[in-house]
Every structure is written in C-alpha cells, then in structure tokens.
Design a protein around this ligand. Structure first.
Ligand SMILES: *[C@@H]1O[C@H](CO)[C@@H](O)[C@H](O)[C@H]1NC(C)=O
Ligand SMILES: *[C@@H]1O[C@H](CO)[C@@H](O)[C@H](O)[C@H]1NC(C)=O
Ligand SMILES: *[C@@H]1O[C@H](CO)[C@@H](O)[C@H](O)[C@H]1NC(C)=O
Ligand SMILES: *[C@@H]1O[C@H](CO)[C@@H](O)[C@H](O)[C@H]1NC(C)=O
Length: 364
C-alpha cells in the first residue's frame, strides 16, 4: 500500500511564492516525492511532462483549499491522492456515468418505501459498527463501474444484516452479465445498480469476488462474456426497493432501520476528487448525478463551525482515497444530488436463515 502523500508539513507560504504560485522547484520536488509514493512509471517523457503539469495544477488547488480550511472557510480538507497527476478531462469521464436511464431502471422496484412509517432515528448512525460492511474496494482509474460497486456494496451490507453472513461479492459479474440495452448497462461506460439487482434475481444469485474476480484494474476495459455459475453463488437478491428522492430527514429515519442504501451523486467535481477529511460541501457541485456510492450512516460534525449535518458514505476509489475510502457529505441541502436516486436490494425470505442480528446501528 502506497503511503499517503501529504504536503501539510509545508506551510502555505513556503509552497506559494510571492506571486501566489508554487515555484517550479517546489513543484519538481513535490512531484518527485509523489512519483515515489505512488510508484509512478510514465511511458515516455511527454507523458511525464503532462503528469507533472497536472500535478502542479492540483498542488496549487489543494494548497489554496487547505489554507481556506485552516482559516475556517471550508468544512473539509483535500490531499494529493492517486488522481493528483491525472488529466482532469479523463477524470471527469471516469466519474461521469453517462448511461441513459431505461424504463427497467426506474420501473421495476418492488415498491417505493413509505417514508412516513419510519419514526425519527437517533442523532448518529454508523453501520460500520455492525461488522456488516466489507472493506473498501477499488473500481480503478480505468473503469466507470461505480454502479456495480455501489449496487454490490448495498447487497453485501443488506445480505449480512439479514443472514449474518459477511461475504464479498462480484462486481465483474454485474459488469459482464448486464451489458446490453435491456439492462441499460455498458460495462466500463456506466450503468445502473437497479438493473443489476433485477439481473441477479433473474440469474438466481451472485458469485463472490474470489471466484469471479474484478478484471478492469489493468486498463483493459473490454467486456467479457457472462461467466456466472449458479453452483458458486454466495448470495442473491429479490429485486430492489426505491426510496422517494429529496426527503433527507425521512431518509435518515429509513437508514437507521433498514441499513445502508445505494445512492447517486455528482462525483465529477475536482474538489471531490481530492477530498480527504471533514464534511464535503461545495456550492459549485450541481445536483445532476454521475457517480454511485453507499450511504452507511449519518450524523452531525461539531468540529465544523457552525456544526454541519452529514451523510457518511463508502466510496469505491480504494481505501487510499478520502477518509480511509469513506467521506462525509453535507446533509439536508441535497448536496451534489445525494438524495436524488436511492435504492436498496430485497433479500428473499427463502434465503434468510437467521433473523436476529447482533448488529446495532445506534451509536453516540
Ligand atoms: C404511508 O403510511 C401512512 C402511515 O402508516 C399511511 O397513513 C399512508 O396511507 C401510507 N401511504 C401510502 C402511499 O401507502
Ligand atoms: C460451476 O461450478 C462448479 C463448482 O465450483 C464446478 O464444479 C463446475 O464445473 C462449474 N461449471 C462450469 C460450467 O464451469
Ligand atoms: C436462496 O434460496 C433458494 C430457495 O431455498 C435456494 O434455492 C438458493 O440456493 C438460495 N440461494 C443462496 C445464494 O443462498
Ligand atoms: C458536477 O458539478 C460540477 C461543478 O459544478 C460540474 O462541472 C459538472 O458538470 C457536474 N456534473 C454533472 C454530471 O452534472
């Protein structure tokens, strides 16, 4: 695991020259450290030149932002992570799910959750304390497969909360087995977690990511044939439920009882790419959704002035990204469209062998 690079030890003024930009030698030495930390090897001098240029731009942005954070002008911090030397155009591409919505994605929910039935939840919920959340995964820089990761993350959590079995499941199976216009999923070019659940139900199960491993990590973003083998299934889904959008108070009450839910958001904002801790909030972030994550809880961060309500989310950009792979995002203002598309899978009764769980979401 690469160590996390931090420029925190450099003061703002030591990085920025009197003209407000880092001196070329500062960029050069920080870039050298970054290359070592992230074990970067560029194909040729031109690729390295472009990477250093991207890195220089990111360095300024992160330093300026963190200076604002220190002054109490921003509720979150940024860092020079795995994306720091990447082309912003390319980053926008891989964080923008462009798959068009199909009738199947919107119309197949078992039901829409009646949010008025849920009593007010506690002030803090973190489902990670249930031991039903698998380790943070990595969709990789090469594949726009957030829908598979978000969908599987919700299924892993819901399956464990209902059956007591924590198993990691196969995103590659979703990618390979839903690639067509009926499911509306396009492999590494985006898709929907809703149709993923429909497909798992039709297939009769999902394999583990050990027997059906993720293959998109190395830059080959081709589709592979569906190789699902039912005798290897470790879990299944019985379709999915929808939660009414834009009702964040009720959403918290629902999550406190049903557990983690899959959500979509605008993930194509540079400030979000370099998020590292605190509560993410950017007035520039639009409400059109392009990325999918898992909401695992909520609370209020009192280290921010004034205190800020947040959703706690699991991302799929590796545990090296953000706050050990997680992030908090402002709650109550539909930040980045986070409450615009919410679903979670049904675990079929036939597959529930244990109905009581020691899991407790109540903390604080
Ligand atoms: C939702 O639940 C409330 C309270 O139980 C009930 O009065 C209402 O009719 C329900 N709404 C729908 C659409 O089912
Ligand atoms: C399916 O999986 C089972 C159990 O691992 C194995 O015995 C069988 O050969 C597999 N079938 C195919 C077609 O790969
Ligand atoms: C789910 O339950 C059905 C019906 O009992 C069974 O055939 C199937 O094997 C189960 N699937 C899993 C993944 O446990
Ligand atoms: C997300 O917000 C950013 C910042 O305003 C904007 O540039 C981008 O186009 C938005 N993404 C989508 C998918 O709307």
């Amino acid at each position: 695991m690469k160590s996390r690079i931090s420029v925190a030890f450099l003061t703002f003024s030591s990085i920025l020259s009197v003209f407000g930009n880092p001196s070329p030698s500062t960029v050069q030495s920080e870039f050298k450290k970054y290359k070592e930390d992230y074990e970067r090897e560029y194909d040729n001098k031109f690729e390295e030149y472009k990477a250093r240029k991207n890195f220089g731009t990111t360095l300024i942005m992160v330093e300026e932002h963190n200076a604002a954070f220190e002054e109490g002008k921003s509720p979150f911090k940024m860092d020079l992570n795995r994306f720091a030397d990447k082309d912003p155009q390319k980053l926008r591409q891989i964080t923008t799910n462009t798959a068009p919505l199909t009738p199947l994605m919107m119309g197949r929910a078992i039901s829409v959750i009646n949010e008025t039935r849920y009593p007010p939840g506690p002030p803090f919920v973190d489902w990670r304390t249930s031991n039903c959340i698998t380790p943070v995964k990595d969709q990789s820089y090469f594949c726009n497969s957030c829908y598979a990761f978000s969908g599987i993350a919700a299924l892993e959590a819901q399956w464990c909360l209902k059956t007591g079995q924590l198993v990691t499941m196969s995103e590659q199976q979703i990618i390979d087995c839903t690639y067509n216009s009926f499911y509306g999923n396009w492999g590494c070019d985006g898709g929907s977690q809703a149709t993923a659940y429909v497909r798992i139900q039709q297939n009769g199960g999902i394999e583990s990511d050990v027997t059906y491993p993720y293959l998109e990590t190395y830059g080959h973003t081709d589709r592979f044939p569906c190789k699902f083998n039912k005798s290897r299934a470790v879990a299944t889904a019985g379709g999915y439920y929808r939660i009414k959008p834009y009702k964040e108070a009720q959403l918290a009450n629902i999550i406190a009882i049903v557990g983690p839910v899959s959500a979509a958001m605008n993930g194509s904002t540079p400030s979000f790419w370099y998020y590292s801790s605190g509560v993410y909030s950017d007035p520039q972030c639009t409400q059109s959704t392009s990325h999918s994550v898992l909401i695992v809880g909520y609370g209020t961060d009192y280290s921010v002035t004034p205190p800020m309500d947040y959703w706690l989310c699991k991302n799929s950009w590796s545990s090296d990204w953000g706050d050990n792979g997680y992030f908090k995002i402002q709650r109550g203002v539909n930040m980045c469209g986070i409450s615009g598309f919410l679903i979670f899978p049904e675990i079929p009764l036939a597959n529930i062998t244990r109905t009581t769980t020691t899991a407790s979401p109540w903390i604080g």
